[in-house]
Design a protein around this ligand. Structure first.
Ligand code: PAF
Length: 300
């Protein structure tokens, strides 16, 4: 294989892969359009790279449910409200491509920021009602608008039949669903279960930045969510939230930012637990400088 640079490249550079790699919008759009003309269904997995087994599970599911899988790798600068987080976001394009090829991906779109956001590009402010005002939206101003802008752009470029997102980013998943409805994009959005380490920690690209002690302690997040699920629906919501907080904050390595119990569709707070009340517990936790999120359905 030729030397790989950390810059985007042309598909010609990757002759040893069975998948094709694009870094420009026009060729990837044309490739997809040609495949669709031949009657092929397209599954799309948008990512920011630093791929782990959770991403590969999305690619595999997309492969089972579609003729072809397209994956994008783009660290989207406009969804980072924290410059330091953007700078530190792991960039591992070479191993990402190998993993995608191995997972059965057919085409990768890996543009640079100038390709996605040329000078003078149009921007937009979306109205997601409550969906982007709570939880992550409260603590990461502008984050979901940046996600919506890039996802809409990627959907227009790739024009897939189905798009796959991890349930770990639960609020993002609901926002993407709302985006597709608002913009009448006609794409089926599929949420896929969170993949976890043996101790329960949800896989995340940010986990690579955890110290050994933080990583060990971070499995408390999963334990707290399981406890919440056990307590629901017999205990009052406030008591469940307090229990989550106590379990997580008992570790010197962790600090809970929020714990919310919300209706999965509206993200409105669930005030009364009950067997017939759908609920998902969502948490954000700081482990040193690393911010982790996780969630769990409470009555599944
Ligand atoms: O979940 C992510 O990795 C990103 O938010 C996404 C959906 C690829 C948009 O940049």
């Amino acid at each position: 294989m030729p030397a790989l640079s950390s810059q985007p490249f042309d598909k010609q550079s990757y002759t040893s892969f069975s998948m094709v790699v694009f870094n420009k919008i026009k060729p990837v759009s044309e490739w997809v359009a040609n495949q669709k003309k031949e009657g092929k269904s397209i599954g799309f997995v948008p990512t920011m790279g630093a791929l782990h087994k959770g991403h590969l599970a999305l690619v595999e599911q997309a492969g089972r449910e579609n003729d072809l899988v397209v994956c994008s790798i783009f660290v989207n600068p406009i969804q980072f409200n924290n410059k330091e987080d953007l700078k530190k976001y792991p960039r591992t394009i070479e191993s990402d491509l190998k993993k995608l090829d191995g997972a059965g991906c057919d085409a990768v779109f890996s543009p640079d920021a100038e390709e996605m956001y040329p000078a003078g590009h149009q921007t937009k402010t979306y109205d997601f009602g409550r969906l982007d005002k709570v939880m992550e939206g409260r603590f990461r101003q502008g984050h979901f608008n940046g996600v919506a802008i890039v996802v809409k752009k990627l959907f227009e470029i790739v024009q897939p039949h189905r798009a796959y997102f991890g349930e770990k980013d639960f609020q993002q998943l609901q926002i993407v669903r709302s985006l597709v409805t608002q913009e009448k994009l006609g794409i089926q959005v599929i949420g896929c279960p969170t993949v976890r380490e043996a101790g329960g920690l949800a896989l995340s690209s940010r986990n690579t930045r955890l110290t050994e002690a933080q990583r060990r302690e971070a499995s408390r997040i999963y334990q707290a969510l399981v406890k919440a699920r056990d307590m629901y629906p017999a205990s009052p919501v406030d008591q469940i939230k307090q229990q989550i907080s106590d379990l997580i904050n008992a570790s010197p390595e962790l600090e809970l930012e929020y714990a919310e119990i919300v209706c999965p569709d509206t993200l409105l707070p669930v005030t009364r637990s009950g067997r017939n009340t759908s609920a998902v517990a969502c948490v954000a936790v700081h482990a040193g400088k690393v911010r982790l999120i996780d969630n769990m359905y409470l009555n599944s």
